[in-house]
Design a protein around this ligand. Structure first.
Ligand code: SF4
Length: 389
């Protein structure tokens, strides 16, 4: 692959390297930013209220120094790191934070954030964990409460049209992101895993229309590339929750393998389905976040056999493995992460049932831990490369 970047990828470098760079600049022009944690928060509603949603992330290169005084250490290291960044002033440009009830770690820390990182607005979103009809009705009411709470905060009504426009804007963005993912399908992917990760992260702190335009620009740039080597790399899929740093992908791609697909919460989990345009936009939003975003904190038991339930939970992985021609899977779970941790045996056996090797690694969300997993991942990929010869 040619390495010369066009403007789109140069912008991504800036936005990834200094997360919030664009948001801080936009704040100077009067724009308003709202932070949120996890993939389960409907960004469409924040957008409809006039905010630029900013996904809270951590930085594995930052040592946790401030968070231990007020947050329990048993939460996952990602959350501890992100909170630490907030205490260090990284998110001072936000007007508020929305925290959903996804995993216990996120849920339990709501009061900790609110007390120790005071902002004008906080909202706890009581996301249910089942996708049954009563849960759906419950969630619609929860979303309406969220809309009302934002209306009170901004001092004006959020109309159905505002919500419908937001749904359209984010669906357009999702469609464009899927086109970008398509560029990873050829034998020689047109965009590397490292570039993709930087892009996935960078757009989490941009206005949605800017994100869509930027992704279109990157697609055009990448389509102009030519394969530089006839050799087909080992194709890897990454499965995890919030990976928002390139360290792991650098380890993988420095071996000559390529990350060609992901099932992570800043990546494909958000982009491979759309919100249905319903007459009340809240219906489509509720349905999307309860049924279409594949997080282990949702339990989707349809009463069938164990195998049928596995298919329901992991069937999308089979599709990804086939469509992106994946050779091997790396499953990364953060220490103290129960939702993903509980699913490890089922995830591994499902992927192995597709005759694909899977490597499981537990991580600490810290650059110091990446060196510890580096040797193991290199050995796994080296073994697969040898087998292919
Ligand atoms: S990594 Fe696990 S414990 Fe941490 S926020 Fe995500 S789901 Fe929760």
């Amino acid at each position: 692959m040619e390495t010369a970047n066009g403007n789109g990828l140069i912008l991504i470098e800036t936005y990834y390297g200094d997360y919030g760079y664009r948001a801080r600049a936009l704040k100077q022009t009067g724009k308003r930013m709202m932070g949120y944690i996890s993939a389960a928060v409907p960004v469409e509603i924040m957008h409809a209220a006039g905010f630029i949603p900013v996904r809270i992330k951590g930085d594995p290169k930052e040592t946790v120094t401030k968070a231990y005084g007020s947050m329990e250490t048993l939460v996952c290291p990602f959350l501890l790191n992100a909170y630490n960044l907030a205490l260090k002033g990284k998110y001072d440009y936000l007007e508020g934070i929305v925290i959903p009830h996804t995993c216990d770690s996120v849920c339990r820390t709501y009061d900790v954030w609110k007390r120790n990182f005071p902002l004008p607005y906080y909202h706890f979103l009581n996301v249910p964990h089942l996708d049954s009809a009563p849960s759906q009705e419950f969630f619609k009411e929860i979303l309406k409460t969220f809309v009302k709470s934002l209306e009170q905060f901004i001092g004006k009504e959020i109309s159905g049209q505002d919500l419908a426009n937001a749904v359209l804007a984010y669906n357009d963005f999702r469609k464009t992101m899927r086109e970008l993912y398509d560029l990873r399908k050829p034998d020689q992917p047109l965009i590397s895993g490292i570039e993709m990760m930087k892009t996935l992260v960078a757009v989490k702190a941009l206005p949605v229309d800017e994100s869509t335009a930027l992704i279109r620009q990157i697609i055009n740039e990448a389509k102009g590339r030519k394969a530089s080597s006839p050799q087909k790399p080992l194709r890897v899929m990454l499965v995890s929750d919030q990976i928002d740093d390139t360290a792991l992908i650098e380890i993988i791609e420095n071996t000559g393998a390529q990350v060609v697909m992901d099932d992570i919460s800043v990546g494909s989990k958000l982009y491979f389905a759309d919100i249905e345009a319903t007459s009340d936009p809240i219906d489509g939003i509720a349905e999307y976040y309860l049924k279409k975003v594949n997080l282990p904190t949702f339990y989707r038991d349809k009463g069938g056999s164990y195998d049928e339930n596995l298919e329901l939970r992991f069937g999308h992985l089979k599709r990804f493995i086939s469509e992106f021609n994946v050779d091997a899977v790396i499953l990364l779970v953060y220490k103290n992460c129960d939702p993903y941790g509980f699913e490890v045996p089922a995830t591994i056996s499902y992927i192995e049932s597709l005759s694909k090797p899977v490597f499981y690694v537990e991580d600490e969300y810290s650059s110091s831990s990446s060196s510890a997993i580096k040797t193991r991942i290199e050995a796994f990929l080296e073994m697969l490369t040898q087998e292919r010869r």
